[in-house]
Design a binder for this molecule. Structure first.
Ligand code: ADP
Length: 600
């Protein structure tokens, strides 16, 4: 009963194929032991795997009858000699044909017979300690044994049987190596998978953490953004209110700096804290001379100080509300002239509402007051001027009406004449006043047309000829013939007035010269001149006689029959033409009245 070469090769091929086909070691080993038992036609084939201390376990078996099964038995041969192991390590196959007769240790024989073994064939399954070679060598690791048993009778093992089991054991070794490699790979894979799983879990954990964090961050970001928007809005609002504050301050400042009113602020003690440029302009002070100085002691005369202090304290009273108006005469040391200021004052308060100072807006009403004074004077003069002829008329008419004087008598005729001339004077006076008023208010418009100097002078002469004849005054006209643009009637009115004045103030047999020449100052003009040899005008009156009711002598108008308004009217007419009028005189020798009028 020997196994043939092709059969062995077939089994080896089958086992090798199994190894390639299957990765399951127990399946491979099972197929191996089954195949080997069939091949060797023996009762039992086992694979015995060593544990530590040379004990081991029957890992795989193939048995002819179940009563011979040793599967899963842990077997430790107490008699297994080191020398056997050495043989196995060297890859040697041992064969015992008959256990009962073999020259083996008795103890070993008992051990073997215990497992119904009549004959055995043992091949080592070796695993390389290092490297992957399965060639028998010294440091091969004895993994286990591939054992064939004959349980019914002894058996004479053939060389081919030994060869077969050796080759099969080698294949088993390969399968185990492969399985271990696979196992290692599997382990690595498992570890890798585990690591992957762990990584995945970690990633998941991290992801949820990140998502959670992201959510947190997002909401924090949103909160931050809202906060930012709110801050930005607040800043915009702040900037807007700052801008409007600046704008209102700018307006205030520009108002304070440009207004033609005095603006001044004091602290509680009367120290100056603010003045506007107009105040400096009016007083001729510069800022450093004013700021921080005490107003009362430095800028007011001792007479004004007491009243000013009392008003200042009155405004500082906590109960003070609204504003206080008062007038004050102030003589600023730098401007010398006395100015009248109308102050409008109010209290300055801090944020707690406590009075901390006074601010006043002052109007320089000096000029206004002067105008008012002039108006008052004018009214009194006019009423005086009107009253004079009226008194004369009333007096004369009263005497006649009460029959104290008979109208037919010389005295009566004289009274009537007074009444008549006085009423004429009155009419003239009223007319002149009205005319002057019209001229000054600009309601009379000049009617300009082409006129001629000679013609104007002749027409004026015409009007005063009778008066001149009466006064025995000769009027001489200097040759002139210039055409120009003017309101002819108005210029004749001026010339007539100047000629009649000349006549009035000239002695009989004297001459008045009337002339008109081209004049180029400041622009092309005509210069008219009326020269008399009368009593002349004192130099201090040369200017004032052009004002209303202003005379060299207070009795001039009365005696000479004038209204005292002629020169004022003349000046107005000439100025409306854009010219100038003035008088030159040597007192006692005569006067010359000049006026210019532009040619266009
Ligand atoms: P009146 O009607 O009084 O003449 P005017 O305004 O014409 O009024 O003149 C004002 C005053 O000027 C005269 O009252 C007189 O005192 C003085 N005056 C005007 N012209 C002459 C002159 N040619 N010679 C001297 N005094 C003159």
């Amino acid at each position: 009963m020997t196994s043939s070469e092709p059969e062995i090769n077939h089994l080896i091929a089958t086992v090798a194929l199994k190894i390639w086909q299957s990765l399951d070691l127990s399946e491979i080993l099972q197929a191996t032991v089954d195949g080997l038992r069939e091949l060797l036609k023996c009762d039992r084939v086992i694979i015995y795997r060593f544990d530590s201390n040379w004990s081991g376990i029957v890992a795989v078996e193939s048995v002819a009858e179940s009563r011979w099964s040793l599967l899963d038995n842990i077997i430790k041969d107490p008699c297994l000699e080191e020398s056997w192991n050495n043989k196995y390590r060297q890859g040697m196959v041992t064969a015992i044909a008959d256990i009962s007769t073999a020259t083996i240790d008795e103890c070993h024989r008992d051990f073997l017979q215990n497992f119904d073994i009549k004959a055995n064939l043992v091949a080592p399954i070796l695993q390389p300690m290092k490297g992957e070679r399965v060639e028998p060598q010294e440091d091969n690791n004895l993994w286990g044994l591939l054992i064939a048993h004959h349980c019914q009778q002894p058996r004479q093992w053939q060389e081919s049987d030994l060869n077969c089991i050796k080759q099969i054991a080698n294949q088993v070794a390969i399968a185990i190596l492969q399985a271990e490699l696979i196992y290692k790979n599997y382990q690595q894979l498992r570890q890798r998978k585990l690591a992957q799983q762990q990584a995945q879990q970690t990633r998941k954990f991290l992801q949820t953490l990140i998502e959670h964090r992201t959510e947190e961050l997002q909401s924090a970001y949103q909160r931050l953004q809202q906060e930012l928007i709110r801050t930005e809005q607040t800043q915009i609002a702040l900037r807007n209110s700052e801008a409007s504050l600046r704008e209102s301050e700018r307006r205030w400042r520009s108002l304070l700096e440009n207004v033609r009113l005095l603006v001044i602020s004091w602290d509680r003690e009367g120290k100056i804290e603010y003045v506007n440029p107009f105040l400096l302009e009016l007083t001729n002070y510069n800022l450093t001379e004013v700021i921080g100085k005490n107003w009362f002691t430095n800028f007011l005369s001792s007479g004004e100080q007491e009243q000013a202090k009392a008003i200042h304290n009155q405004i500082l009273q906590p109960s003070f509300s609204s504003s206080l108006y008062y007038q004050q005469k102030v003589t600023f040391p730098t401007s010398e002239t006395e100015r009248t200021i109308a102050w409008n004052c109010t209290q300055l308060r801090n944020t707690q509402g406590e009075p901390i100072g006074v601010t006043c807006i002052g109007e320089d009403i000096t000029e206004q007051q002067e105008i008012q004074k002039k108006k008052d004077e004018f009214i009194s003069v006019v009423s005086h001027e009107l009253r004079t002829p009226l008194t004369a008329i009333r007096g004369a008419l009263a005497l006649l009406a009460e029959n104290k004087v008979a109208p037919q008598t010389e005295e009566g005729k004289h009274l009537l004449q007074i009444a008549n001339s006085s009423s004429e004077h009155l009419v003239k006076l009223v007319n002149d006043l009205l005319e002057l008023e019209h001229l000054e208010s600009g309601t009379i418009e000049l009617v300009k047309a082409e006129v001629n100097t000679k013609e104007l002078m002749l027409r004026a002469l015409d009007r005063v000829q009778i008066l001149a004849n009466k006064a025995k005054v000769e009027i001489e006209i200097v040759e002139s013939d210039i055409n120009f643009q003017a309101d002819g009637d108005r210029l004749i009115q001026v010339l007539t007035n100047l000629l009649s004045n000349g006549i009035k103030f000239s002695e009989p047999n004297s001459t008045i010269t009337l002339s008109a020449v081209a004049y180029n100052k400041p622009s092309p003009s005509i210069l008219f001149a009326v020269q008399d040899h009368g009593r002349g005008i004192p130099s201090d009156k040369l200017e004032s006689i052009f004002e209303r009711f202003n005379q060299v002598d207070a009795s001039d108008s009365k005696r000479k029959g004038g209204t005292g308004l002629g020169l004022a009217i003349s000046r107005n007419i000439i100025e409306q033409h854009g010219g100038k009028i003035w008088a030159e005189s040597v007192y006692g020798e005569g006067s010359t009245f000049y006026f210019t009028t532009p040619t266009k």
